[in-house]
Design a protein around this ligand. Structure first.
Ligand code: F6P
Length: 359
């Protein structure tokens, strides 16, 4: 067997652990593994296929990023081409990709990615490419799995940041508004906001009323708590407004979210008269070593992906469901974002602890 491995979309802590698990599990079965560099670019636009054996994946479990590189502009179905004048247009190059895959003599593809990569993998599977997917993203917004790897590491980084923000906010009697990633899902904001003792948590799942946010800060002030920490997910929006975008991106990729923290901070300053500062944690959430939880999950996912190949189970994603790693058909996963359930115990706990969710 010859297995190809590709990492696509934004990076996440644990990617290298998956690669190592796939390569070693394949190696001990007597199979060969190959890495496609920079998403599918290594098959589509340059000669980027590298053999991966035990030596190449030695000592990488704890390393952030991906040894293969990645891109979020490499969709073969919507491949971005530039003409001589710099104008961009989309071309379907999926046929080229399947042809390059077959010409390389690959028997299976392990695609490690988030919602965008899963959609591409499903389309490739429909074109006959034997693919097994591993769910990756700090956002934890992939359905068919309770967890994506990378999420725990991002939450851990965000929680540590909130702990640090607390002491400076308290010293200066300030309101600190911390903007966290997560796209259209509030998992990172909710988990780290709760663990990091935020006073207000604003999620994409619950459009917020800025007056309610100000009420909470005023109530704390009246109780002698002269500082507040507000966590805002990048995809959160006021009940009478839209999601903030840094950039509406062009062809072949997705919009870039961001900017809600400064809007919320300005409104809090106006509403409460309190000095309010912002912190946008940004890509720190994607960098660095995976936590133990993410390493283990990533290694389990990698092993399970190779077991699926051994069983001839293609067109599936491996996922954590209960105590087990299960196989979920890609058709049941794509186009179904997993959002924070509003009736869940974590939302209830946040409310019971007196945290304002802005509603
Ligand atoms: O999907 C992971 C993620 O980090 C999101 O939380 C964030 O919105 C996005 O990627 C940022 O992507 P980029 O690095 O392309 O700006």
């Amino acid at each position: 067997m010859r297995i190809a491995i590709s990492t696509g979309g934004g990076d996440a802590p644990g990617l290298n652990a998956v690669i190592r698990a796939v390569v070693l599990s394949a190696h001990y079965r007597g199979w060969k593994s190959y890495g496609i560099q920079r998403g599918y670019e290594g098959l589509l636009s340059f000669n980027g296929v590298v053999p991966l054996g035990p030596a190449e994946v030695r000592g990488i479990t704890h390393l952030g990023g991906t040894i293969l590189g990645t891109t979020n502009r490499g969709n073969p179905f919507r491949y971005v081409m530039r003409d001589g004048e710099g104008n961009e247009s989309e071309v379907d190059r999926s046929g080229d990709l399947v042809a390059a895959f077959q010409a390389s003599g690959f028997d299976a593809l392990v695609s490690i990615g988030g919602d965008g990569s899963l959609l591409i993998s499903h389309q490739l599977w429909c074109k006959g490419l034997p693919v097994v997917c591993v769910p990756k993203t700090i956002d934890n917004d992939v359905s068919g799995t309770q967890r994506t790897f990378g999420f725990d590491s991002a939450v851990s980084t965000a929680t540590e940041a909130l702990d640090k923000v607390h002491s400076t906010a308290e010293s200066h009697d300030r309101v600190m508004v911390v903007e966290l990633m997560g796209r259209y899902a509030g998992w990172i904001a909710l988990y780290s906001g709760l663990s990091g003792s935020a006073d207000v948590i604003l999620l994409p799942e619950i459009p917020f009323d800025i007056e309610k946010v100000c009420d909470k800060i005023r109530a704390r002030e009246a109780a002698g708590r002269r500082f507040s920490v507000v966590v805002v997910a990048e995809g959160a929006r006021p009940s009478d407004g839209a999601i903030e975008l840094v950039e509406r991106r062009g062809v072949g990729t997705v919009d870039r979210l961001g900017g809600i923290a400064s809007k919320v901070a300005r409104a809090i300053e106006l509403g409460t008269g309190k000095e309010t500062r912002t912190l946008v944690l940004g890509h720190l959430q994607r960098g660095g070593s995976p936590t133990t939880y993410d390493r283990l999950l990533a290694l389990r996912f990698g092993g399970a992906a190779v077991r699926a190949i051994a069983d001839g189970a293609f067109g599936v994603m491996v996922g954590l469901n209960g105590p087990d790693i299960t196989r979920v058909p890609l058709a049941d996963v794509v186009g179904r974002a997993k959002n924070v359930p509003l009736g869940g115990d974590i939302i209830a706990t946040a409310r019971e602890l007196g945290i304002s969710l802005g509603d």
